[in-house]
Write a protein that binds this ligand. Structure first.
Ligand code: HEC
Ligand code: HEC
Ligand code: HEC
Length: 116
């Protein structure tokens, strides 16, 4: 009887954590993202790694909302110029980190864009 009670308590705790985990993941978005890189090919983006390293969501999300396909939608509407995010956000930061002598992300075309 005692074992069953302990098992049930354990199961309840496990479920609570499992649910909490899913909710947290939803608000943080996807771990890895694929961005539309037009004719140059798709761009893989390590979302969580950037979140952890940079800390502040607004470094990026002041440019576009926290929703899937947000960048593409703004580009379609003409509210964001083509390559604006690429040049004014991604590459700008990678270059700055490189200059500062820290570990940095790709600054050359083919390191970001993957041709299929
Ligand atoms: C270095 C840039 C960057 C940072 C920092 C960043 N994000 Fe994102 N995020 C993106 C990009 C790029 C997308 C994809 C937008 C698109 O699909 O057009 C995105 C999409 C999302 C989405 C929706 C799409 C999905 O993944 O399901 C959510 C939610 C999100 N981010 C939450 C966050 C939160 C919360 C933080 C801070 C803890 C954060 N982001 C920090 C770049 C960033
Ligand atoms: C740090 C990663 C990164 C690097 C390096 C990079 N790009 Fe991009 N590129 C992106 C992202 C992200 C997008 C989509 C967002 C945007 O358009 O700003 C993009 C979009 C594009 C587009 C499509 C624009 C459109 O809407 O039609 C082209 C073309 C492009 N890049 C060419 C290049 C060329 C050429 C180089 C090298 C000189 C380069 N990229 C280097 C990340 C990168
Ligand atoms: C404010 C700074 C900053 C911004 C903005 C930023 N990055 Fe990075 N990125 C980094 C740093 C720092 C690294 C190196 C992480 C490491 O190796 O420790 C990195 C690494 C990368 C890598 C290599 C894989 C990895 O995770 O190590 C890719 C690909 C990348 N970034 C793509 C992008 C794209 C695409 C965008 C724009 C949507 C972007 N980054 C915006 C700072 C930034």
């Amino acid at each position: 009887m005692k074992k069953i009670v302990l098992f049930l308590i354990g199961l309840t705790m496990f479920c609570t954590f499992a649910v909490a985990g899913t909710v947290a993941d939803q608000t943080k978005g996807a771990k890895e993202l694929k961005l539309n890189g037009g004719s140059k090919g798709e761009v893989s983006f390590t979302h969580f790694k950037h979140q952890e390293r940079l800390g502040d969501c607004n470094i990026c999300h002041s440019f576009f909302p926290k929703s899937p396909g947000a960048v593409e939608a703004l580009k379609q509407k003409g509210d964001l110029k083509k390559k604006h995010i690429m040049n004014k956000l991604c590459i700008k930061c990678h270059k700055a980190e490189k200059k500062a002598g820290k570990s940095y992300g790709p600054v050359t075309c083919s390191k970001c864009h993957i041709r299929k």
